[in-house]
Design a protein around this ligand. Structure first.
Ligand code: NIG
Ligand code: FE
Length: 417
């Protein structure tokens, strides 16, 4: 089955070296003006100027006219918690009235309130809730999402969430990369004996998750009052022995040494980093760890403590942007909203934002060879944005930019359809 897209005012290809982009490279989007793209069986065959591509279009090929709009790779959202039951609209209201995220968590709400609801839900209920969010991702131009467990916190409930992620990957057009986050919080029944919970994660959960091949990565929420550096080290070291890649929630609410630990473990990513200092940034650079910045959670928590994105870019880190979609700290699936926050608050240019949300994100998930740019041989995951200049995606905020989203050359969302 062959497919062509023509009449792209800007074909934002992100073609470039076969590695994550750093420094000035983050501003190079390899845009083809009046571009076009040929695809076959869900894979990109050729990308170029319209005049070069159009003569190659064979009879029987489906041709999509982008109408002079921007065409770019689907967003790769490298940090999300998209499987949970219920919402926390009640806590959002309490926070508007002055309560803080940490106060709510300390009194048994926060992550643990979503855990109670998620434990009570069936696999089917989680899949159905997840399908609603899958549609939100696609309608905002995301074609691949990293998906963490972490709202079960018992062996069976963590497996249930990971099985829901597997089903969502099979039953929706969105691609999911599963991450085991058994160490998201210490559940209610282990509050008085936390060592027992760490042992459960290491001795029972990790072996089962690995044996059933339900996750590619393991993540830990390393934070004061959650998991200490030592506990995080033990869990992540065990995960590595089971063949899992490593990611980490690091230095989100305080400078707890998370970035340094991620560097010591040579994790794939260190995520959040709102409190990371210059030393932490140097450690990440020396170890080749990619920072995943999540300005949606800073914004939604009403904080002004954004991560030091410019310092990270200038230090040569291959910065990634993601939504952190979850029911508590960041209830948005929208990468365009994240690009707006990145330009306004992280002082990243719109081009740097797009690089961080596509090719760099793909590399952080071990998929840089398949996703994140529009180049021959890559998966035909692309988006037609309703603008002629890619900078408008970050600039106009609070609107829906996407006109149509394609996954493996098939339409996965079309506005108004
Ligand atoms: O990335 N920091 C820990 N986990 C999430 C929040 C999850 C929640 O509040 O439900 C985060 O911000
Ligand atoms: Fe998170």
């Amino acid at each position: 089955m062959s497919l062509a897209v023509v009449n792209c005012s800007q074909l934002v290809t992100l073609a470039g070296p076969l590695r994550p982009r750093v420094l000035g490279e983050m501003r190079e989007l390899a845009i083809i003006k009046d571009g076009a793209m040929l695809m076959r069986d869900g894979v990109i065959e050729k990308v170029g100027a319209r005049v070069e591509i159009e003569p190659l279009i064979e009879a029987g090929c489906e041709v999509i006219d982008a109408g002079g709009r921007v065409v770019m790779p689907g967003f790769v959202d490298a940090h999300a918690h998209p499987v949970f039951a219920g919402t926390r609209a009640d806590e959002y209201e309490q926070r508007a009235l002055g309560a803080t995220y940490q106060e709510i968590a300390a009194s048994g709400g926060g992550i643990r309130s979503t855990v109670r609801r998620t434990r009570a839900a069936t696999l089917n209920e989680l899949v159905n809730a997840g399908k609603r969010y899958a549609e939100w991702f696609l309608r905002n131009g995301t074609t691949t999402v990293e998906a963490k467990s972490g709202y079960g916190l018992t062996l069976e409930d963590e497996l249930k969430i990971l099985r829901a992620i597997k089903r969502l990957n099979e039953e929706t057009p969105l691609s999911y990369v599963p991450t085991f986050l058994g160490a998201h919080d210490v559940p209610d029944e282990y509050r008085a004996r936390r060592a027992g919970y760490v042992a459960l994660v290491i001795e029972e959960m990790l072996p089962r998750v690995a044996e059933e091949k339900l996750a590619e990565y393991c993540d830990v929420f390393c934070e004061e009052k959650v998991f200490t550096g030592d506990e995080s080290w033990r869990i992540l070291t065990a995960a590595r022995c089971h063949g899992l890649g490593l990611r980490m929630h690091a230095d989100q609410l305080s400078l707890s040494g998370g970035a340094k630990l991620a560097a010591e473990l040579q994790a794939a990513t260190a995520d959040h980093l709102e409190h990371t200092d210059t030393e932490g940034i140097k450690a990440l650079k020396a170890a080749g760890v990619q920072p995943v910045l999540l300005p949606g959670s800073v914004y939604a928590l009403g904080s002004t403590r954004y991560p030091a994105a410019r310092e990270m870019i200038e230090a040569g880190l291959a910065v990634v942007l993601a939504t952190d979609f979850n029911p508590g700290s960041s209830p948005t699936p929208s990468m365009p909203m994240i690009l707006s926050l990145a330009s306004t608050h992280l002082k990243m240019t719109p081009a740097e934002g797009i690089t961080a949300a596509t090719i760099n994100a793909a590399y952080s998930l071990g998929r840089g060879d398949q996703l994140g740019s529009l180049e021959a041989g890559k998966r035909a995951d692309f988006v037609i944005q309703d603008c002629a200049d890619y900078r408008e995606i970050a600039y106009f905020f609070g609107i829906e930019h996407v006109r149509q989203t394609f996954v493996e050359g098939r339409s996965a969302y079309r506005r108004g359809a």
